[in-house]
Design a protein around this ligand. Structure first.
Ligand code: ADP
Ligand code: MG
Length: 458
C-alpha cells in the first residue's frame, strides 16, 4: 500500500471535490487547504481558519476520505489543523483568512485620512472584522469579506452582500474598507450609499460638474456602495452606475455592493445590471439565532466595560429577535437607564426597561412631521419656526440636522420628501443627515439627544 501522497495528489482530491460544492464554498473553504502529511493511513490537512475547519468537517470530510482512499488506499484518520499565519508556504491563489477568535474585541486600528476627500475613507472605527460576531447566519459573508479585504480585486468581484435591515451589511462593508485602508494605505477607497451616489449624480448634472463626478468614481481602487436597492426607478443613475461598474470591473478594481434583496429580487433594475451584480460572489446574511444573539450581546457588554449576568443577556437575546441593531439598541438603553436610575440590572429590571422601550419606539408610532418638529423644538428650548427658518446659528443648525436625520432614519421619509416638508433642497437634507451620521460615530451626546427626543415623542 502506498504510504504517502504529494501535493499533486491533494490537487486531484480537490478537483474531485469541486463539482459537489458551490463555487464560493470551494474557493473560500477548500481551495486554500494544503496537505501537511500523509502516512500510514493518517492524513493531516492544513486549513486556514476555524471556520474552514468547521465547514469541512460538517460538509465534506466523508468525501475527502473517499477520494483520498482512491489515491493512497485505506485512510484511517483525517485531521484538520489550523495553519499559523506566519506559515509562508504557498497557499494557491487565495490568501489566509485569519480571525481565529470569534469573540475577540481587540484594539481597532485608527485610519488616517491623509488625502481623502470628506466622505471618503471615513469609516466607522468600530466597524471592523474583530468586532463582528460570526455565527451560522453570516459565516460565508464574513469569510468572503475578509478575502476581499486581503486581496481586493482578485478573488470575488463584485462581492454582493444581501440581508435584512440591521443584520450587519454596512458593518461588514465598512470592515472591508477599514481593513483595506490599513493594509493598502495607498489605495483609493470610496464608501458611499446608493442615495448619496444618486444625490451627487443629480447635483453634478445640475452644476455641470459631471466630468469631475465621473473622474472621482471611475478612478477609485475600491468602490463600496451600500444599499443598492435604492437604484430602483432611477434610470439615469442606473446608467451612470452601470458605466462606473464596467470600467472599474474591467480594471480589476474591487467592487462591493450591499442590498436588502438579491440581485434578481431587485426588480425594475435593468437586466444587464442585474446580471452583472451576480457576476462575482453573492453572500447572504440571515437573522442570527439565539446563541449568536447572546454572543453579540456579550461582546457588546464587554466593549462597554459592563458586567451583565448571563441570565439578563439570555433574556434580552430571547426578547429581541428582529435584528442586531435593535438588539444593540436595547442593550444601550438598558445600561443607560440603569445608570441614570442607579439600578442593578436584574432580569426583572431588564423586562421592565425593554417593555417601556417597545412602547416608546418612534417607528412603532404614527409620528407626524409636525409632532417630530415640536419634540425637537421642545428638547432644545426652541420654537418650531426656528427649525423651519433660515438662520444659520449653531443652536439651530444642529437641531435642524437632527430633524432631518430622524425624519429620514426613523420615519423613512425620502430626501426629496423631507425637502418639501422643510422647504429646503434635497441635497441640503442629504448633507444634514450625513452630518449627523458622521458625528454619531464619535459624539455620544448625539445618541443621548436622539433618545431624549424619542422619549418626548413616547
Ligand atoms: P445593515 O447595514 O445590514 O442594516 P448594520 O451593519 O448597520 O446593518 O448593523 C446594525 C448594527 O448591528 C451595527 O451597529 C452593527 O455593528 C451591529 N451588528 C450587526 N451584525 C453584527 C455582528 N454579527 N456582530 C457585531 N455587531 C453586529
Ligand atoms: Mg446598512
Amino acid at each position: 500500500m502506498p504510504t504517502s501522497i504529494d501535493d499533486k495528489a491533494w490537487g486531484r482530491v480537490l478537483a474531485a471535490l469541486e463539482p459537489s460544492v458551490t463555487r464560493p464554498n470551494y474557493i473560500t473553504w477548500l481551495k486554500p487547504t494544503r496537505l501537511v502529511e500523509a502516512r500510514d493511513g493518517l492524513v493531516v490537512v492544513a486549513v486556514p481558519n476555524p471556520y474552514a475547519k468547521n465547514w469541512i468537517e460538517k460538509n465534506i470530510l466523508k468525501d475527502i476520505r473517499k477520494y483520498l482512499a482512491a489515491e493512497v488506499g485505506p485512510v484511517e484518520q483525517v485531521s484538520l489543523v489550523i495553519a499559523e499565519k506566519e506559515d509562508k508556504r504557498p497557499w494557491g491563489e487565495l490568501p489566509l483568512l485569519q480571525n481565529t477568535d470569534e469573540y475577540s474585541a481587540t484594539a481597532v486600528p485608527v485610519i488616517e485620512n491623509t488625502d481623502a476627500e470628506p466622505g471618503e475613507r471615513q469609516f466607522n472605527n468600530h466597524y471592523t472584522f474583530e468586532n463582528f460576531i460570526v455565527g451560522n447566519n453570516n459565516r460565508l459573508a464574513f469569510a468572503a469579506s475578509q478575502v476581499v479585504a486581503e486581496k481586493p480585486g482578485e478573488a470575488y468581484n463584485p462581492l454582493f452582500l444581501y440581508g435584512g435591515v440591521g443584520l450587519g451589511k454596512t458593518h461588514l462593508m465598512q470592515a472591508i474598507g477599514n481593513e483595506i485602508a490599513t493594509r493598502y494605505p495607498k489605495k483609493k477607497i470610496i464608501y458611499t450609499s446608493c442615495e448619496i451616489f444618486t444625490g451627487e449624480f443629480i447635483e453634478a448634472l445640475q452644476n455641470k460638474t459631471i466630468n469631475a463626478f465621473k473622474r472621482k468614481y471611475r478612478s477609485t481602487d475600491v468602490f463600496l456602495i451600500d444599499d443598492i436597492q435604492f437604484l430602483v426607478n432611477k434610470e439615469g443613475t442606473q446608467e451612470e452606475f452601470f458605466h462606473t461598474f464596467n470600467i472599474l470591473h474591467q480594471a480589476n478594481r474591487q467592487i462591493v455592493i450591499t442590498s436588502d434583496r438579491t440581485p434578481k429580487e431587485i426588480t425594475r433594475l435593468e437586466d444587464r445590471l442585474t446580471s452583472r451584480l451576480g457576476w462575482g460572489m453573492v453572500a447572504d446574511i440571515q437573522a442570527p439565532n439565539i446563541e449568536t444573539r447572546t454572543a453579540i450581546l456579550q461582546a457588546k457588554a464587554k466593549e462597554k466595560g459592563m458586567e451583565i449576568s448571563h441570565e439578563v443577556l439570555d433574556y434580552v437575546a430571547s426578547a429581541i429577535t428582529s435584528n442586531v441593531r435593535e438588539l444593540e439598541g436595547s442593550l444601550v438603553k438598558l445600561i443607560g437607564t440603569a445608570q441614570s436610575e442607579k439600578a442593578e440590572i436584574t432580569k426583572e429590571y431588564a423586562k421592565k426597561v425593554l417593555k417601556d422601550l417597545a412602547s416608546s419606539h418612534i417607528s412603532n408610532k404614527k409620528v407626524t412631521t409636525k409632532q417630530l418638529l415640536k419634540a425637537v423644538a421642545q428638547h432644545f428650548n426652541l420654537e418650531v419656526s426656528d427649525l423651519l427658518g433660515k438662520k444659520r446659528l449653531q443652536e439651530v443648525v444642529y437641531p435642524r440636522h437632527l430633524v432631518m436625520y430622524l425624519l429620514h432614519k426613523n420615519l423613512n421619509h425620502s430626501f426629496p420628501q423631507i425637502g418639501d416638508e422643510l422647504h429646503k433642497d434635497h441635497t441640503t437634507i442629504m448633507h444634514g443627515v450625513r452630518k449627523i451620521e458622521e458625528q454619531l460615530k464619535t459624539n455620544q451626546e448625539i445618541e443621548a439627544d436622539l433618545r431624549a427626543i424619542e422619549e418626548v415623542l413616547g
